[in-house]
Write a protein that binds this ligand. Structure first.
Ligand SMILES: [Mg+2]
Length: 382
């Protein structure tokens, strides 16, 4: 079964008035996603998702103009071969670094969708997993910088919906960051796992001021306090409160960025995103490295149902999988455009889909509703 064509389709929508969420990287004004379609000479078509990296048109152009001709004619089941060819010809030499990893991720996911469809198996089974129940947390772009009463109300709503874990945003300023965490812990009691994410907005001084409060509130993790490659700051932060695990990985690309994380042992929870780090092929390698060092993998996940469903399959096949990140953004039509990608049970858990491949029914007619919009998805000024 040969690859005959690879096409990336960039998609966007603007957030309606009143739906902006403020987090450490800015205030959301629009959301983007890229769906990657891979066609084969046997009539099977697979769909993957590439993270747009704030520039959906550019990442889609890389797929369509450069990677498509580089890969057409290859065996559609040879995910390792495709990965290696893109790595050799694009990522490691004359490459675009993260941009090439984003593009490759979407292609790799589509190829795994094809493998599952060809085998007539849901992806979790093809990957060696089982249809187990996995804990989910309320994540995505939600629980942002807002007055404490509104934040507590939103948090209570997620708990009422069944979540036993949720993620608060940090990186506003040390005083408000600490106040929000304290208030939510007080409102929800000791049994809800409160996770936190600074979206790289902190300085080391911020970390020194807020980390004691996070430890006191028994927060489950502190995610991305600093820029992904600021390894020295991560090393210092890890010494400030031994009971507080530090998480990162959604901005670490390929096994080599994770290998560098491993050297310091400062980041003890890993969060690769299948649509960013190099697809399922690479995320499996990263998870295997983590397993050997007692590191739990809590994949980052966003945008469409394709990445959500693929992440469920991936988690179901790990021996060191942690939480599923469920996007609970109030307004995310890209998440739901192919149907609901996950259903939260009364136990706060989710399961992988049962259909062959990634298991989403992609109806391309819906793409017309989300024409790509150039420009950044976040603005700095609130
Ligand atoms: Mg994050």
């Amino acid at each position: 079964m040969k690859i005959t064509r690879i096409t990336a389709i960039p998609l966007s929508y603007r957030l309606p008035e009143g739906q902006t969420v403020k987090v450490g990287v800015g205030a959301t004004i629009k959301r983007d996603a890229i769906v990657v379609r891979v066609e084969t000479d046997e009539g099977l078509t697979g769909y993957g998702e590439a993270h747009p990296g704030r520039s959906p048109g550019a990442v889609a152009a890389l797929v369509n103009a450069t990677l498509n001709p580089m890969l057409v004619g290859m065996d559609a089941c040879d995910v390792v071969g495709v990965w290696s060819r893109v790595h050799r010809m694009q990522l490691s030499s004359h490459g675009l670094g993260a941009g090439a990893a984003l593009a490759l991720s979407g292609i790799d996911l589509a190829l795994w969708d094809i493998r599952g469809k060809a085998a007539g198996m849901p992806l979790y089974r093809l990957l060696g997993g089982s249809r187990k129940r996995m804990p989910a947390y309320a994540g995505g772009i939600s629980l942002g910088f807002q007055p404490v009463p509104q934040l507590v109300e939103e948090a209570r709503g997620h708990v009422a919906a069944g979540y036993r874990a949720l993620k608060l945003r940090l990186g506003d300023n040390p005083r408000d960051d600490a106040a929000r965490v304290r208030a939510v812990r007080e409102a929800l009691g000791p049994d809800v796992d409160i996770l936190t994410d600074a979206n790289t907005a902190w300085s080391l001084a911020d970390a020194r001021r807020v980390i004691p409060t996070l430890a006191e509130a028994r927060v489950g993790w502190l995610e991305e306090p600093f820029s992904a490659l600021d390894f020295g700051a991560y090393r210092i932060a890890a010494t400030l409160a031994p009971s507080l695990p530090i998480a990162a990985g959604e901005n670490h690309y390929t096994r080599w960025d994770f290998a560098r994380l491993l050297e310091d042992r400062a980041v003890t929870l890993w969060q690769p995103d299948l649509s960013k780090t190099g697809g399922i092929t690479e995320a499996l390698r990263i998870a295997a490295m983590a397993s050997a060092f007692g590191i739990t993998v809590h994949p980052h996940c966003s945008a469409t149902g394709i990445n959500h469903a693929a992440t469920l399959h991936f988690l179901a096949a790990l021996d060191n999988g942690g939480y599923f990140e469920a996007c609970v953004s109030r307004f995310n039509p890209l998440r739901d455009m192919f149907g609901v990608p996950f259903a939260l049970g009364a136990d706060g858990c989710v399961e992988p889909p049962e259909k062959p491949g990634i298991g989403m029914d992609v109806d391309e007619k819906v793409f017309a509703e989300f024409p790509a919009i150039d420009g950044p998805g976040y603005v700095v000024k609130f």
